[in-house]
Design a protein around this ligand. Structure first.
Ligand code: ATP
Ligand code: MG
Ligand code: MG
Ligand code: MG
Length: 436
């Protein structure tokens, strides 16, 4: 993209409403704009990050054997009356009436709807186990939306749901999802720790939250220092082998890690004192096993092998896709701006033309842009070099190709790696080869 013709409104001033680095940087780098409290428009650069994250999440869900569906954002209240959650959910639920006075709601989560979809079509034990997921907008009328997209009211979530015939089958899917989550976070370039967690309004008795450690996080967490140095090696386990899943789950849950709601002082006391860590973290994912809570309440049963009626054992699995954008920035930024992990950067390369209007510089910059069109943001504005340097660092492209008149005359560019600040002078070919 050409920056001169893009809706990427970078700003120099620090927005006063933003309290944490990621919120400030998302506004300053022109990724999003707020349209109402906790509701954001995603501008081109922000949307590219969101899509890149969603693509990685999608690939790992597919690899875990979940099938993608897309359910509506608007749901009928009747489904929630069946499960009993219509009253229980409280004020976080945005309730809507249509012109016929029918009660609708903007979905905060989808256990009821997916259970309804399965009960309409799945009748026999032979069709299970199954898992399905979607990447879809949710609405929760948070009392205090804050920190930008981290606690929005409208937000993008990957939500998966599983149906198994028995407890053992449900546990396999739960562990498979845990492995898929660890792989997802690894590919996103962040470290998230699975911690024993409360189940909240979803209900159930087995649950883990995935927490990225950050001083600005809203969760209070307690964990064994083992999690700081362990390389989980999520890639070394076969997601289709239940022995591998068991081993992986054993490693993940072998050391103490819990959020404050589930903090267990007895177990904590058994962790060696010099290994006890206490801090703040951001909840980026949450998985639940809740048995037959919804299948029984909503009367979704299948016929078992002996003709008996079986209520499927269910679980649900969320990742905060839009929250992840903020969380990644919290985990990876410096004074100058964002430092995108290569896997999610909106643009892999920023091309900086330091002397727009100079024939030789323009020609070289256009040539480089022509070769990198799909992955580059070309700063072709008639701004001073200093402004372009600052904006490129702010936007956080993993690579910068800097083109000035002197270098261009000798066929040279400067290549800068954002994460390390390393710069070197190279020919265009060598720079392109290095970027890969
Ligand atoms: P929180 O404790 O932050 O309110 P939650 O426990 O209510 O989150 P879940 O129901 O577990 O959220 O939803 C799954 C995931 O959706 C969360 O782990 C989080 O990443 C994301 N999420 C939840 N609420 C929001 C929100 N208001 N804004 C952005 N992402 C959210
Ligand atoms: Mg919540
Ligand atoms: Mg929570
Ligand atoms: Mg949660």
């Amino acid at each position: 993209m050409r920056l001169s013709q893009s809706l990427i409104p970078t700003i120099k001033e620090v927005p006063s409403e933003a309290q944490i680095a990621s919120h400030r940087l998302m506004l300053r780098a022109g990724l999003v704009r707020q349209t109402a409290a906790g509701i954001y428009a995603w501008l081109p650069a922000g949307l590219r990050v969101l899509n890149n994250i969603a693509d990685i999440v999608r690939e790992e869900q597919d690899a875990a054997g979940a099938q993608e569906v897309l359910m509506p954002t608007i749901q009928p209240a009747t489904l929630w009356q069946e499960s009993g959650r219509y009253e229980d959910y409280g004020k976080e639920m945005l309730r809507i009436k249509d012109r016929h006075e029918r009660d609708l709601l903007f979905g905060p989560t989808n256990e009821e709807m997916i259970t309804d979809l399965y009960r309409q079509s799945v009748k026999s034990y032979k069709e299970l186990p199954q898992a399905a997921y979607q990447i879809q907008w949710k609405f929760r009328d948070e009392v205090r939306p804050r920190f930008g997209v981290m606690r929005g009211r409208e937000f993008l979530m990957k939500d998966a749901y599983s149906f198994a015939l028995d407890y053992a089958g449900a546990v396999i899917i739960y562990r498979r999802m845990m492995l898929a989550y660890m792989r997802t976070f690894q590919r996103l370039g962040v470290k998230a720790i699975p911690m024993v967690a409360d189940t909240g309004p979803i209900g159930g008795d087995l649950s883990h939250e995935f927490i990225i450690l950050a001083p600005t996080g809203e969760s209070q967490v307690f964990y064994d220092a083992a999690f700081e140095d362990v390389d989980y090696g999520a890639g070394n386990f076969d997601i289709d082998k239940s022995e591998d899943l068991e081993r992986f789950f054993g490693i993940m849950t072998g050391n103490y890690a819990a959020t404050d709601e589930k903090h267990d002082l007895d177990a904590w006391g058994k962790v060696a004192e010099d290994r006890r860590r206490e801090g703040r973290g951001i909840e980026v994912g949450h998985i639940f096993y809740f048995g037959t809570k919804y299948s029984a309440a909503m009367n979704f049963s299948v016929t078992g092998p002996d003709g008996q009626k079986l209520f499927p054992e269910m679980g649900s699995y969320g990742i905060g896709v839009s929250r992840m954008v903020g969380a990644l920035i919290e985990a990876s930024h410096d004074e100058a701006g964002i430092i995108w992990p290569d896997s999610v950067a909106p643009f892999k390369v920023g091309i900086l033309n330091l002397k727009q209007g100079d024939a030789v510089t323009d020609a070289m910059a256009e040539d480089v842009y022509g070769k990198l069109r799909k992955v580059a943001l070309y700063d072709d504005r008639s701004e001073r070099a200093g402004v372009k340097f600052a904006d490129a660092d702010l936007m956080g492209h993993p690579w910068q190709i800097i083109i000035g008149p002197r270098g261009a005359a000798n066929g040279m560019v400067e290549l800068k790696r954002r994460a390390t600040g390393e710069r070197e002078e190279l020919t265009v070919e060598a720079a392109l080869a290095k970027i890969g």
